[in-house]
Write a protein that binds this ligand. Sequence first.
Ligand code: FE2
Length: 377
Amino acid sequence: MGNVTIGENPGQADYLDGGACPCLIVDDDPAIRDLVARSLPRFGYRVLTAGSGAEALETLRREEVPLVLTDVQMPGMDGVALLEAIVAEWPETAVVVATAMSEVDVAVTCLRKGAHDFLTKPFQLSDLTARLSQALDKRRLILENRRYQNHLEDMVREQGARLEELFLESVQSLAHALDARDSYTQGHSARVRAYAGAIARAIGLDSGTIQEVELGAELHDIGKIGITDDVLLKPAPLNEPEYRHLMDHTRIGARILHPLLKNLPLALAIVRSHHERLDGSGFPDGLGGDAIPLGVRIVSVADSFDAMTTARPYRGPRSAAEAVAELRRCSGAQFDSEVVAAFISSYPPGTEFPIATPRRVRISLPPPVAGVSRPGA
Ligand SMILES: [Fe+2]
């Protein structure tokens, strides 16, 4: 490689358009520094020099340098210590160490510590340019490989999220199919989603939490797939054992959705706890007060309002005014009074209830919020 010229070294390609490739020469011997500084520019390098490790670090802090050639034996900070500092601070910088013939073990140590190559002193100019060229090439391959890995990780993450969305879309279809099993609950999940979303917006929750509340609201009754038809479709009020069996849909739903919603704890809590009551007398865990997340309290109001304003096999629908009066009457014991107020403020007087069943919305997962507990959670 004695005839290395600009453009023959792929590692330097990044610098061809913008000028020569910066190369920092670190040696306490000024004669060697000068010799190298005079020789390298015609091979496409812009040479920077430093007489010590400390001086080299100053230069690296000042400007981006892709390539460093350092002597090992130097007073003060030696080449090995400088190499360690560069690997820690500027891992994308390629380092070539120059050692005496008798220091082969030092050269091996340097390679283990992250040096790209080594050069034994005294060296010929052709050796020097070949080593620098190879070090730059190695650096380029490492960077390309790292970029490729990052890209692959992004792709895997994106595909994983899309897979989760596809699963959730299947579950969403199931929820709507369950609603449609009898004419009385047709459109229930979609309306509860709309009511809950309106309340969450009125309260001022952030968009990620609103999405999670809406998702939980839409899927809240998915566990009814595990409830027998004679209970689910009974044309009369349920007796105690039947009611307990019906309330099992909360546990069943949470069990079904746990693998899918483990990163969306609020949505999962909505499925499990939407029949809890503030006074602790609800199902399935008897949670009370603040132990019931705000997002769950929102869906509880939305769910109850829709149930009251739609017909059941054993009773007709209540009017909106009657349902609102019932929400108010049960505020504090069953429902959160602020949530009830937010619901009432969400719809102008004269709104017809139940609202028209909204069109199905394609599920998109809210982005995970690492280490942050959302206010509704
Ligand atoms: Fe329910």
